[in-house]
Design a protein around this ligand. Structure first.
Ligand SMILES: Cc1cc2nc3c(=O)[nH]c(=O)nc-3n(C[C@H](O)[C@H](O)[C@H](O)COP(=O)(O)OP(=O)(O)OC[C@H]3O[C@@H](n4cnc5c(N)ncnc54)[C@H](O)[C@@H]3O)c2cc1C
Length: 481
């Protein structure tokens, strides 16, 4: 095995040659075995070219499902949150955590980082700088051969005679893509939208507020008073970014009297849960998710320290926002703990599940089974939040709310944060792909085998390549009995 020496293009070339050799050793590619279907542009459309979409495409290709199209609304290299609205300096998860490499060590972040920047650099970083993670994902997709069609927005999915058709807008033009399967690898807000409390924003002028998911003009906040609602990592990251761009002060408001100290998701990061959460009974999954959703995760230590070290940072506890009102001297913020004023407001309020708010699901949201349609908890365990999420099948597939109304939904796989109540944290986050992708790929392989069963019956019963040539056994040793 050629050892990696130094860092940079030469070391990367050695690593890439090693990956290619490794994949050859693994026979890691298969020819297409899914029979081409008439009138189909492809077999699978993956919506989203972020880490989940890339890993899913890679997983499918490794199983010989190669007619896959990956579409992303973002520009090339801008997929996911990393260089768009993620305002942390590093990833929040540990640097050693698995990623999209699906068990191939040389495709891991560490292998790439050591080749690109040197083992000493990797050893020195505490956590992965977020822009570096994006560089790694761009490298990953090139090396495994996943093509992402960028600036292509999916605006609808509907059944047609041969399967599904997907409405795609790119360059202002609308086209339909005919496929058999759709994977929605659409990220944290893949089943909903930013949680913006309408009763709070109603009285605000456009341009005076934003959600942490939005593009925010931070240089324009120089010298201004900024208020942030929420106390999870994104709220703190946005507060720090505003101060680093010269905001006069940033007040972060937390409705609780303490800051959360735990990230409840981390209690689900172990193989049993990552692999088999979806096999647990409805009652337990509901109870666990109700617990996880009960309170936003704690900010990481780095995130907290980055904010509190800045002179202009203020934390207001026990201060849920009751009312916001635009006034001459700014936005008046009324809380039980008092009233403050700010020039700009940032909502660090996370996401709200709402399938109908997704352009790609708007026409079928009402047909999709939600948890509240399938499970009725005891009163003490009521949860509007869990109930609003889709109730998915074992392969992340949507299920119809009413039997025999939309069987085609089973060919749409919800591989985004919306899958959490059904599948635990086996989607989206870095620890997820190693467990979630094989489950998704298995479901798609299963469905193609079943859908094309006659083709496979013929194939499995057709004579394979003969082991022996005709009469090869004949010779002086053979005689008629
Ligand atoms: C700010 C932030 C920080 C995070 N930090 C961490 C962390 O440190 N560690 C960790 O493990 N997890 C973290 N996560 C969680 C998770 O890892 C990320 O959300 C990650 O980006 C999920 O990858 P993904 O591929 O599922 O979704 P994304 O990376 O969000 O990719 C989804 C893609 O889908 C595209 N898309 C969406 N809708 C459409 C459509 N209709 N048509 C076409 N394209 C569409 C988007 O453009 C986007 O590029 C973080 C999440 C956020 C929001």
């Amino acid at each position: 095995m050629t050892a990696l020496t130094g860092a940079g293009p030469a070391a990367l070339a050695v690593l890439e040659a090693r990956i290619a050799h490794g994949r050859e050793c693994l026979i890691d590619r298969f020819d297409d075995w899914v029979p081409p279907a008439k009138g189909r542009d492809c077999d699978v459309v993956i919506v989203g070219g972020g880490q989940s979409g890339l890993a899913a495409a890679f997983g499918l290709m490794r199983m010989g499902i190669n007619r896959v199209r990956v579409l992303d609304a973002a520009t090339a290299g801008g997929e996911g949150p990393w260089v768009r609205f993620a305002r942390m300096l590093t990833l929040r998860s540990p640097k050693w955590l698995w990623g999209p490499e699906l068990g191939i060590p040389d495709l891991s972040f560490r292998a790439w980082c050591e080749a690109a920047h040197g083992p000493a650099f990797y050893a020195a970083i505490a956590k992965i700088p977020k822009d570096l993670w994006m560089d790694y994902l761009v490298w990953f997709r090139r090396v495994v051969g996943v093509t992402v069609e960028n600036e292509a927005t999916v605006r609808g999915i509907e059944p047609d005679a041969g399967g599904l058709r997907v409405a795609v807008t790119r360059g202002g033009l609308e086209q339909w893509l005919a496929t058999r399967k759709v994977v929605l690898a659409t990220g944290m807000d893949g089943c909903g939208k930013p949680a913006l409390p309408a009763q709070l924003t109603a009285g605000l002028a456009p341009g005076t507020f934003a959600h942490t998911l939005d593009a925010i003009d931070f240089p324009a906040l120089k010298g201004r008073r900024v208020a942030v609602l929420g106390a999870a990592s994104s709220a703190f990251d946005n507060a720090s970014t505003a101060l680093e761009h010269g905001a006069a002060e940033v007040r972060l408001y937390c409705r609780h009297t303490t800051i959360a100290r735990h990230n409840p998701n981390m209690s689900l990061v172990y193989p049993g849960s990552l692999q088999a959460f979806s096999d647990l009974d409805d009652g337990l999954r509901w109870e666990v998710m109700r617990h996880v959703f009960a309170r936003a995760s704690a900010p990481t230590r780095e995130t907290l320290n980055r904010a509190v070290r800045q002179p202009g940072f203020r934390l207001v506890l026990g201060a849920p926002w009751q009312r916001l009102a635009a006034q001459d001297e700014g936005i008046a913020i009324t809380t039980p703990a008092g009233t403050w004023s700010a020039d700009f407001v940032i909502f660090g309020t996370g996401f709200a599940p709402d399938l109908a708010s997704r352009p790609e699901l708007a026409t079928c949201a009402d047909l999709i089974a939600l948890w509240r349609d399938r499970y009725h908890p005891p009163p003490a365990l009521a949860s509007e939040a869990v109930g609003a999420y889709p109730y998915l099948g074992p392969g992340y597939e949507f299920l119809e709310r009413t039997p025999a109304t939309a069987a085609w939904l089973r060919d749409v796989h919800c591989f985004n944060y919306g899958a959490t109540p059904s599948h635990g944290i086996s989607v989206g986050g870095n620890p997820a792909m190693r467990f979630g992708v094989p489950r998704l790929v298995h479901a798609i392989v299963r469905d193609f085998m079943r859908a094309d069963v006659e083709h496979h019956r013929r194939r499995m019963m057709s004579p394979p390549e003969p082991e022996l040539d005709e009469g090869e056994w004949l010779g002086p040793w053979a005689s008629a009995g």
